[in-house]
Each structure stands twice: as structure tokens, then as C-alpha cells.
Write a protein that binds this ligand. Structure first.
Ligand code: AMP
Length: 286
């Protein structure tokens, strides 16, 4: 397995692989790899001959400096995990390589980035689109795999790839969960034992919302309230937002209706467990 830390070295390798006729499937990560990332790598293998994983904790997308400082960075373990997973190349640029002195050019996302994560984490999505654009430029993938756990990010990246003619096909991977339904996340490592147990309230709330919709409830307020009630019943949890949105535009909707057999709505939620902020979502198919 190759490990590259400059865009030039990464690009030279990718160009060489392309000349041999391979397709490159790319999984961008911030490291602290878990089974969710592993599932993305497995999915990537279905779409490309070579899988490239990037490991870069992108300061630009952290609106809270303490969140960046506390973000786990087990780089050696991550490289080993990639090797075991059969990854062809790891791209792990140093911060000063990614953002050299004088850096001043950003990718500005549009309407999709205004609400929810965009509203509660100012600048977050601009950091994401900027770094993903730079990663795409270095890795030159044919396909890139992103997790449905970060549903708004996924929608924004898919839009960016179209809008900027990046030519990268974006593939979505369903959320990988722990036995109690908690979405796997690098941030789960920072939860105390009590907070970790309490975190299950998020998925339980989402499941009760989904059950309510399946039973015929179409009011978005009633469906969002089901999540709110379950999370608020948990003393260790504090809800930041919950909303029922159109899965493509991320605009809030009042009523759920089936459109051309497509999934009708997405319930998105962010909640705090102590000092740790977690997000999750569920697709409502009525
Ligand atoms: P991160 O390292 O948290 O920036 O995540 C890197 C990629 O892994 C993103 O596309 C995430 O959406 C995806 N991801 C993170 N957690 C999960 C999970 N539990 N299931 C599926 N994908 C995930």
C-alpha cells in the first residue's frame, strides 16, 4: 500500500494507474477509522479497481477549535487499518501542505448548506466543499463514496460535483450502526459510559418517527415531535434540532407524501451528549 502526503505525488500515482486502465474509487475520511469507514471501503471496492482513502482532519470545517483539538487522531492505527482492508493508497497531506501560507481560495456551497448543519456550524460546509474539492483534485477519482449518516454533506458534495464539472460519481452508503442503533462515529470515543448508553435515544427517536409515519401519520410536526420526546426524556441528552426535510433540497416539509415511488422524506437530528455533538437521520418511506 502506498502512502502519499503531497498532491503532486498523489496525482502522479493516480495518473499512472489511470493510464493502465484502472478506475479509482475514493473514500475521504478524517481518520479514527471505525466499521462505518470500513463499509465505505468495501462499497468503494465494488465501484473501482483501486481504492484510495484520505486521512485528513480538516481544521477548516471545525467551527469550534476545541472540537478540532479533541478530535481523535490515531494516524498509525488508521494506516494499518487501511492496509488490512486492502486499500491501494492512502492520501494523508499535512495541514501546511493542504493550506499553505497565503491560502485564500474557497468553494462556497449554495442553498443546500444554509440550514441545519450549515446554520448550527457556521462555515462548516464551506470547509467541507473546499477540502473535498482539493482532495478530488489530488486523488482524481472516478467514484467517491460518502456516508448517508452525514446526509446533508452527501447532498452538498453530489451537487458540487455536478456544478463544478468535477466528473466524480458520488455513491451513498447507508449508515452503519452499533448493536443498540447508535450511528458509528469517531466522536463516540469521547462519550462517557453514561453518555454512550444515553446516545441510543437518538436512534430510538428516529425509529419511533418512522413507525409513526408507517402507521399513517403525515404531519411533519407530529413526526419530529416523536424524536424530540424520546431525546428529551433522556437527562444526559439535549436536542439541538430535529426536522422533517425533502431528501433532495433539504427544505423543511409540512406533510409527508410519496413522490413517484421515491423516499418521501428525511428526518434529521442533532443532539448533544455532554460535550459531544452527534447527528443522525432516517429515511421515511411511507
Ligand atoms: P468522517 O471521518 O467522520 O469525516 O467520515 C468520513 C466518511 O465516512 C463520510 O462520508 C461519513 O459520512 C462516513 N461515515 C461516518 N460514519 C459512518 C457510519 N456510521 N456509517 C456510514 N458512513 C459513515
Amino acid at each position: 500500500m502506498e502512502v502519499f502526503d503531497t498532491p503532486e505525488a498523489m496525482r502522479e500515482w493516480s495518473d499512472g494507474r489511470h493510464r493502465l486502465g484502472t478506475t479509482i474509487a475514493f473514500v475521504p475520511t478524517m481518520g479514527a477509522l471505525h466499521d462505518g469507514h470500513r463499509a465505505l471501503v468495501d462499497e468503494a471496492r465494488r465501484h473501482g479497481t483501486d481504492v484510495v482513502v484520505s486521512i485528513f482532519v480538516n481544521r477548516l470545517q471545525f467551527n469550534e477549535p476545541s472540537d478540532f483539538d479533541n478530535y481523535p487522531k490515531p494516524f498509525g492505527d488508521d494506516v494499518e487499518a487501511c492496509r488490512r482492508a486492502g486499500v491501494a493508497a492512502v492520501y494523508a497531506p499535512r495541514p501546511e501542505t493542504m493550506y499553505p501560507p497565503g491560502f485564500q481560495t474557497y468553494v462556497e456551497p449554495g442553498r443546500l448548506a444554509e440550514r441545519f448543519e450549515g446554520e448550527h456550524r457556521p462555515g462548516h460546509f464551506r470547509g467541507v466543499t473546499t477540502v473535498v474539492c482539493k482532495l478530488f483534485t489530488a486523488v482524481r477519482p472516478d467514484v467517491a463514496v460518502f456516508g448517508q449518516k452525514d446526509a446533508q454533506q452527501l447532498a452538498i458534495i453530489a451537487r458540487m460535483s455536478i456544478d463544478l464539472d468535477l466528473g466524480v460519481r458520488i455513491v451513498a452508503m447507508p449508515t452503519v450502526r452499533e448493536h443498540d442503533g447508535v450511528a458509528m462515529s469517531s466522536r463516540n470515543r469521547r462519550l462517557s459510559a453514561t453518555e454512550r448508553r444515553a446516545a441510543a435515544c437518538i436512534w430510538q427517536g428516529l425509529e419511533s418517527a418512522s413507525a409513526l409515519a408507517s402507521a399513517g401519520e403525515s404531519s411533519a410536526t407530529a413526526i419530529a415531535d416523536a424524536v424530540r420526546r424520546r431525546v428529551e426524556a433522556e437527562p444526559a441528552a439535549r436536542i439541538e434540532y430535529v426536522a422533517v426535510v425533502d431528501p433532495h433540497s433539504f427544505e423543511p416539509i409540512d406533510h409527508i407524501g410519496r413522490v413517484d415511488g421515491q423516499s418521501a422524506a428525511l428526518v434529521v437530528v442533532a443532539a448533544w451528549l455532554g460535550e459531544v455533538r452527534l447527528i443522525d437521520n432516517i429515511v421515511i418511506t411511507t
